[in-house]
Design a protein around this ligand. Structure first.
Ligand SMILES: [Zn+2]
Length: 431
């Protein structure tokens, strides 16, 4: 066998940062790349988000032969690579933001929900980075993969599995070359709505030659026993979280209750809507996102300055004034004008933006509720496996080689079943 007939895995980015993994698996003349996100580091205060700026600041990987030559100025070596494809695991920006920088001729695969939601999220051009030669709200084609159905990329086969994370439709990936199997978790947890899906993925990935696993949950070892830690306190799982939101409504029958969640955590929102004793009313922008991606109608309202969405059914509209005056009928999503809310009301902040202390906008956001005499309750549930769950996932897969990525402390994930490697940026492992 010649050297080129071996499976290689190159780690371009997202190894000791939270987010932005970019990893290439190659065999002979075929290669695949996953994911296509940008590392989130607002503290850098970058002048722009050009390709050059992102490369220089290591927010994306310097991956040859995948990016659009119109953006890089470097041609793709089509003699060396006859078969190429890319995959994104889920729609969080640290896994998807630069997908428009992928060369247009390279097919991009994702789970069906991710493929349908991304163009809707980017319809104003403020979600993804722009593609060369297109309007800023353009989203390149994303192929909605059928779960578990093999996708051929020359000598390589991809299989996409439904998984569980706080991004709706998150998936995991199996990459099969003629002689090796590599499993990539994407972002993963066992305390969401679908631990059974995660376990089915673990079963399919069992005995993989390499497991590339995220490790967000071991990134803050110093906070493990801190009772104020954002990562380790609050509801233990999504079910407990929705139950708490129901409890708050039942315990406060005569009080204005408002809330907000993160746009891409669609499943949490759907559970809140289905389980709430009060009628849940969404801001029109969110109702439009759900209509656009799932074709489902829910009650909604417009703020006075909002543009109207033609796809929203007028029969579902509730007036903003009625919501402002209500104290028992509605649980509604508030997104601005907090000083108009009723004194003595309750606001539930459930992983909405601003996300937490690391964001300078968070503290003033929380303080304005106290100023207006509204009780602020943060109800979080992590999208990531904790230390114990990571051990269970590794134990279920029992990989020959473990590669922790997407964590500040990759050295804290261990492999009792074989080797563990901690690659440097740009390093290649040959299997
Ligand atoms: Zn994520």
């Amino acid at each position: 066998m010649t050297l080129k007939d071996k499976t290689t895995v190159t780690f371009y980015n997202g190894l000791t940062t939270i987010g932005g993994p970019m990893i290439e698996v190659a065999y002979n003349k075929s290669h695949v790349l996953f994911d296509l996100g940008e590392v989130y580091r607002p503290e850098l205060k970058l002048p722009d988000e050009s390709y050059q700026t992102l490369i220089k600041n290591q927010l994306i990987g310097d991956v040859p032969n995948f990016y659009d030559p119109k953006i890089t100025g470097k041609p793709i070596d089509t003699e060396r690579w006859e078969h190429s494809a890319a995959y994104i695991s889920h729609l969080h920006l640290d896994h998807s933001k630069v997908l428009n920088l992928l060369a247009p001729e390279i097919p991009l695969y994702a789970g069906p929900i991710t493929a349908h939601l991304l163009p809707a999220l980017n319809e104003n051009g403020d979600f993804l980075l722009p593609a060369a030669g297109h309007e800023k709200n353009y989203t390149r084609p994303i192929i909605a993969a059928e779960y578990k159905k093999p996708i051929k990329v020359g000598d390589i086969t991809l299989e996409i599995y439904p998984s569980d994370h706080d991004a709706y439709g998150a998936t995991g990936l199996l990459v099969k070359t003629p002689d090796k199997q590599i499993a990539y978790t994407g972002d993963i947890r066992l305390h969401g709505y679908h631990p059974d899906w995660v376990r089915a993925f673990m079963q399919a990935a069992k005995g993989s030659d390499m497991l590339i696993i995220e490790g967000t949950g071991v990134s803050w070892p110093e906070e493990k026993h801190d009772e104020n830690s954002e990562e380790f306190t609050g509801p233990k799982n999504e079910v407990e979280l929705t139950e708490e939101i129901m409890r708050l409504q039942n315990a406060n029958p005569d009080r204005q209750i408002t809330f907000n969640t993160y746009p891409t955590n669609v499943e949490r929102l759907l559970r809140i809507i289905s389980d709430s004793p009060r009628k849940v009313v969404l801001h029109a922008k969110r109702a439009h996102l759900i209509k656009d991606s799932l074709n489902e109608d829910y009650p909604y309202y417009y703020l006075p300055e909002d543009k109207k969405y033609s796809d929203l059914n007028p029969e579902f509209e509730v007036s903003y004034d009625e919501l402002l005056a209500d104290n028992h009928k509605y649980l509604w999503q508030t997104v601005s004008d907090y000083d108009k809310l009723q004194v003595g009301g309750l606001y539930i902040h459930s992983n909405a933006e601003p996300l937490g202390d690391f964001d300078p906008a968070y503290k003033p956001f929380v303080e304005q509720f106290a100023k207006n005499k509204i009780e602020f309750i943060a109800l979080r549930c992590s999208g990531h496996a904790d230390e114990k769950e990571l051990k269970e996932i590794i134990g279920g897969i029992q990989p020959v080689i473990l590669v922790p990525v997407h964590t500040l402390h990759p050295e804290l994930e261990e492999n009792p079943f074989g080797e563990r490697i901690l690659p440097k940026r740009g390093q290649t492992a040959t299997l």
